[in-house]
Design a protein around this ligand. Sequence first.
Ligand code: TRP
Length: 431
Amino acid sequence: MSSTRVLTGITTSGTPHLGNYVGAIRPAIVASQSQETDCFFFMADYHALIKCDDPARIERSRLEIAATWLAAGLDPERVTFYRQSDVPEVTELNWLLTCVTAKGQMNRAHAYKASTDINEAAGEDPDHGVTMGLFCYPILMAADILLFNPHKVPVGRDQIQHIEMARDVAARFNHMFGAGKELFILPEAHIEEHVATLPGLDGRKMSKSYDNTIPLFEGGSKALKDAIAKIVTNSLLPGEPKDPECHLVTIYEAFATAEQAAKFKTDLIAGLGWGDAKKQLLELIESQIGPMRERYAELMAHPERIEELLQIGAAKARAVAAPLLKEVREAVGLRRMNAISQAKEKAVKVALPMFKQFRLADGQFYFNFSDATGRLLLESQGFASGKDAGQWVGKLKKEGIAALDADAPVKLADGIVTDDVAVALDALSAV
Ligand code: TRP
C-alpha cells in the first residue's frame, strides 16, 4: 500500500463554487491520484451542525458536496470517502480527547475568540450565542484527524491553528497514556503553496461572503455564462491594448495551459475585446466543467447511488478507526474486566515463589518452598500433623525471614543461602 496517509475534511455548508473547485477540490483530487498517497477525504457534517440548525440545508449540502467531489473525478475506490457522522468512533474519541484538553487552550482558539470579540465590541456578554459545539470545535477536528493517524492534513491557512491544537492533544495523550508508545502520530498541516486563490467577479478573493462567486455546476452553462459576463473589466474598446495583469486573466490562467495563457495575454495586449475575451474564458472553463456537470446532474438525480458509495466509504474508514479506538480505550483504562482477572492469574502462575505441602511414606507431614523459577529453597522436617506443617508455612509467610531462626524445623536446600529465601519470601508478601 502507499506510504503517506493524507486526510482532510470538507465542511458541508453551502454549495461549492468555482473558487472551491480551483482552491480545494481539484488539487485534492490530483493529489489523490498519486501512487504514494493513501487519502481519506470526508464530509465534516458534525462540524456543519455548529453553524447551521436547518435540517433541510444540512441534508442538501451533504448531497451537493458529495456529488460535486465525485463528479469532479474523485475515485471512491482509491480514496476513502466518507461522512464524519457515519463513523461513531469519531465522537467516542472526541470525548476521550476532551478529557485531556485544557479549557484555557480552547479559550485561545481563533474561531471562538472571533465570536467573543464581536460580542464584546457590541457590548454583549462575550459568550453570547456561543455553543459548546463552537467552543469545542478544535477537539472534534483533532478527533477527525487522530483517529486515522494521517501524516499530512491539507488545509487552508485559517486552519493551521487547529492542526497545531491536534498535535498538542496528540502529544499530551501519548505522554499520559502511551506508556512509551506513540498511540497517535503528530499530524502536519499541508498548505498548497502553488495553488492560487481564485479571484471573484470584483477581483477580491472569490467568496460567498463577498457575493462575488462564479457557480461551479448549479444553474448549468447559462449560469456560468451570466456570471462571466459580470466579471468587472474596464471600458477599453476592442482594438485598444489591454493590461493582462487583471483578474479576468488570473481566472483564465487557473484553467489554461501555459501556452494558452501566453496567447490569451498577447491577444489582449494586441487589442482583443473584453466581450471576446469572456467568450474564450467561457469556452475554456466549459470544456473542463461541462462534462463534470453532466455527471453531477446524473448523481444528483440518484442520491441512492451516492449513499451506497458513502456506506462503502464508512465501512472502509471504520475498519481503520475501530482498532485504533480499541487501543486508545484500553490505554485510558476502559478495559474488559475479565482481561484484568486473567492478567492477574497469569502473573500468579508464572511469577511467584511457592510453598508445597505433602505427606511421605513415613506417615509424616512435610512442606517445602521454592522460588518463582521452581528452584528448591527450603525443606521442612517431618511433622506429626498436617496442621503443624501448615502453621509453620503460615509463620514463614507472615514473619518472613525473621521466622527462620536456628530452631526452625527447616533446612536450606543444597547451594541455597538465607538471602535467596529472604528475596523469595519478600516477593510472596508483596502480592
Ligand atoms: N475545519 C475544517 C474547515 O473548516 C474542516 C475540517 C473538519 C477538517 N475536520 C477536519 C479539515 C479535519 C482537516 C481535517 O475547513
